[in-house]
Design a protein around this ligand. Sequence first.
Ligand SMILES: [Zn+2]
Ligand SMILES: [Zn+2]
Length: 260
Amino acid sequence: MRIINLSSGSDGNMTYLESENVKLLVDIGLCCGEAEKRLSAIGVKPSEIDVILVTHEHNDHIKGIDAFSSKYDIPIFAHRNVWQNMNYKLKKTPSKNRRFYETDGFRLRDLQVKAVELPHDVPCYGYVFENNEKKISILTDVGHTNERILSCIQGSQLVYIEANYDKDLLVANLKYPPALKRRISSGHGHLSNKETALMVRALVSTGTRQIVLSHLSKENNSPSLAYNYISNFLKEYGIIEGEHFKMDVATTEIGTMFRL
Ligand SMILES: [Zn+2]
Ligand SMILES: [Zn+2]
């Protein structure tokens, strides 16, 4: 498998993954033109995409989906619960390309896909991709973690995991009304750097070797802050970034291509 994050954060999320027989996108939170531009930058034609998987209906995940899917006639896959809120937001996508799944797992040719239900303020799903004993997980927009989520993604060699906000920056942010701060830090909002650090510790202890911190808030976090917080947290447990595992940070720019 090859995977690359094409944009991450509240301005738009989009990830490209391919196996031998499938090329797919997880979310298109960029406008259609920008999505086309970024795919072209990695040498992929939009018409080559077999399927678009959706995590949830927030605009930073579906902004360009309707235009992209209808322009290139690409099916959109989302959980039935996600479609309940998303259906009316897509104006152009024909019904044949509005596909839903209800089970927590399905197959796309040579890819086994597991959908992981996540606690967020709308129905939301993370994805686990397996192919030839390789396993990659994508988890963003996670209000809180638990054993169920951990057990779904454990054993992944590579995990994209949200590190949304630094708690002190969020508390001190004068631009955010109290209700928004409560929403973000609630069990159905996003993960703080500390919550992510705990999850990364659990993952690295069970064999994950590459972490990509994702969906950083541009107001309440920064790549260096998230990276330093989490790597220092792990150091206290004797887990050293660069030695026991590697940690990358996904940003609003095209990220690193990983091959498994
Ligand atoms: Zn989001
Ligand atoms: Zn969201």
